[in-house]
Design a protein around this ligand. Structure first.
Ligand code: PRT
Ligand code: MG
Length: 215
């Protein structure tokens, strides 16, 4: 099926875990498990296909600059990246969650400028601008749930799955910003130069996803 080299960028953790069955369906099996190996470039059973294991938020950048041909990234990460030079080929319907405003139950009652702590600065800015609400953005890189507890912020913008992390910290999901799932992305050059191989992969994945399979 493949006679051209294809490099696919992924992140370890939930995206890798949920992408594995999809790759298996199209006949791609990695030779190493990213949770146990220290390798960042994984060979697969296919001599022409390699996987790059990256930080989730770096996947769009590697694909945009052509260091990877394709990638799997959360829509949350794609919104923050801006999507320049990228095409979304498929909604893989994996690693699903919701982008939410969260905080103490009374967080939104406070008047005046709302202090919002998040790594999703672009999404937060757009969302509150649409709501006509003035905010002060506080950029964080992780553990956002801590910010309201130590009065660094009134609320946070983060992705929520079960809500357990919020609950464990006395916080609640307050406002829904967007439903999130992971997308298969490709850059313009690969789309053009490796069109046949990529179209073939997409076709097989699309058939699998629409056959009602649970990835
Ligand atoms: O961890 P790192 O800083 O390297 O990057 P990352 O957190 O962006 O990567 P990773 O692998 O954790 O997540 C990759 C992608 O999975 C994200 O970009 C989302 O699209 C998607 N996803 C789905 C999630 C979650 N569910 C999720 N629950 N990403 C993160 N979380 C975190 C959330 O930030 C919070 O800390 O899990 C916690 C909440 O989970 P619940 O179940 O307690 O609500
Ligand atoms: Mg994480």
């Amino acid at each position: 099926m493949v006679n051209q080299n294809i490099i696919i960028a992924l992140s370890k953790g939930r995206i890798f875990k949920d992408t594995l069955p999809l790759l298996a369906h199209v006949g791609i099996t990695p030779q190493d498990d990213p949770e146990t190996t220290r390798k960042l470039i994984l060979d697969t059973n296919h001599p022409h296909i390699k996987l790059l294991i990256l930080r989730a938020s770096d996947v769009p950048t590697y694909v945009q600059y052509g260091a990877a041909d394709m990638g799997v990234a959360g829509k949350d990460v794609l919104i923050e990246h801006g999507g320049e030079g990228l095409f979304e080929l498929l909604d893989l319907n994996i690693a699903r969650c919701r982008l939410m405003v969260a905080g103490r139950p009374d967080a939104m009652l406070q008047t005046g400028r709302l202090r919002v702590a998040t790594k999703y600065t672009h999404s937060a800015e757009c969302y509150f601008a649409e709501q006509g609400r003035q905010i002060e953005l506080i950029k964080l890189y992780g553990s956002m749930e801590l910010a309201p507890l130590v009065d660094l912020a009134d609320c946070i913008v983060d992705v929520v799955d079960t809500g357990n992390t919020l609950r464990a910290n006395g916080l609640e999901p307050l406002l829904h910003i967007a439903d999130i799932s992971s997308r298969l992305i490709v850059n313009r050059a690969a789309q053009k130069l490796k069109h046949r191989v990529i179209a073939d992969l997409v076709k097989q994945l699309d058939a699998y996803l629409h056959a009602g399979a649970t990835p």
